[in-house]
Design a binder for this molecule. Sequence first.
Ligand code: CTP
Length: 404
Amino acid sequence: MSVLHDKQILLGVSGSIAAYKVPFIVRLLVKKGAAVQVLMTEAAKAFVSPLTLSTLSNREVLTSFTQEDSDGALWNNHVELGLWADAMLVAPASANTLSKMAQATADNLLIASYLSAKCPVFFAPAMDLDMHKHPANKQNIDTLVQNGNHLIPATSGALASGLEGEGRMEEPEQIVSLLESYFLEKSPLSGKKIMITAGPTYEPIDPVRFIGNHSSGKMGYALANKAASLGASVTLISGPTTGNSLHPNVNCIQVTTADEMLQACLKEFSETDAVIMSAAVADFRPIKTTNQKIKKKAGLDALDLEPTTDILATLGKAKKGQLLIGFALESQDAMKHATLKLKQKNLDAVVVNSLADKGAGFGHDTNKISFLAADKKPVYYPLKSKDEVASDILNHLNEMFHAN
Ligand code: CTP
């Protein structure tokens, strides 16, 4: 799957004959799974039809700040467009549009959206050779590069004027592959297969009752979603949770009991590069489970329990080069117990949670962790959102991949 899959691209088209290549850019991006929103200047409409681009992008092409529909005037919100995009591409970027971008002349929707964009911006100049090499134009290009935009340089060759020289817009395949390379570089976990467990497990007593715990799965889902957005191929093995949203590239396997989680983990393990075991697996299960609901009248004097299999320790014994990260939820002497778990379960690292910390652990949107890697000093973090904690853990994992 291309790294452009599910990326949201704002494509600004300005008035240049090179706009005839834009349908190919849109087609390639859409084929790779990107969502493309085309913005056109008035001048661009003379070179390529909005109908062609809206048909290929499957979205209405936007050309002005407002437009009429049956309910009256609609505002095309340039701020929202700028924030929506994962990347903006201005192709072709005419001399006029380059100048407006460099000077912040927000007199059309393309420029206003560019000025609002927080994402990386790529621009592909296209114009005749003398315009291209004019010092004023060169200065505008330099300004845009200094402002952090990514230049896709014009190439040399035959120009529409009949002249030969520098000023041709780069070919659509090259432009798309440049975008791909950019996102690949930003996807440090690309090519890695990561298995993450989340949520509680439920151990049945009878068809309606179970032994479980308060885990919401939020930490595991945050890890899975972040790992997918960093380019990893993610399998999430999740116990019963509700309300957690999932990145479209995460393959989620739902399980209920510790034994089902164990079987699912063992099935995936040999194909996996790293495991992050954030599930709160039940440590005990009833020895006997009845098929019929236990009636209140019949009474229940005692519930005999047996330990579940320690999934992480099982994987620790079986591992052949996979990196194993466990969680340790402790109420006292957190570092001492976590160090013991690290050794006993043959782990590469442990994420330590202390029940003594406010805002950490089950149910919260925040967590406070320490990261303890084998033979390393622990790294202590302040209270953060679970999304930020997921980033911290995956940064460590990325370093561990590179150290291996
Ligand atoms: N774990 C597991 N299988 C179990 C129990 C726990 O894989 N049957 C994993 C958890 O997902 C976590 C790690 O082991 O990554 C540590 O879990 P924790 O509950 O902190 O510790 P335990 O090993 O269960 O020990 P204790 O409850 O005595 O602290």
